[in-house]
Design a protein. Structure first.
Length: 80
């Protein structure tokens, strides 16, 4: 992993589309860094839910997860 997590950085987390206006991914702000792969986040859902997640683990690709929502990844880079 080339990037390093730090407080205030934006990451992506998986979401239940039923609570996120149909989207299965939402942005989240890192609020605590435990290690290079484990952080706490505040999820910014597209709905009324206020959600904090603790000890969220890094995955290179959220599609790789078998189940659950306690994972994060870096947002993809946008064209130059």
């Amino acid at each position: 992993m080339a990037q390093q997590p730090s407080i205030g950085r934006i990451v992506h987390v998986p979401m239940d589309p039923a609570t996120n206006n149909g989207a299965d991914v939402a942005p989240a702000v890192i609020t605590r860094v435990w290690s290079e792969t484990c952080v706490n986040v505040r999820v910014l859902s597209d709905g009324h839910a206020i959600e904090w997640r603790t000890s969220v683990m890094f995955l290179e690709d959220l599609a790789e997860r078998a189940s659950g929502y306690h994972f994060w990844t870096w947002p993809p880079r946008v064209g130059a």
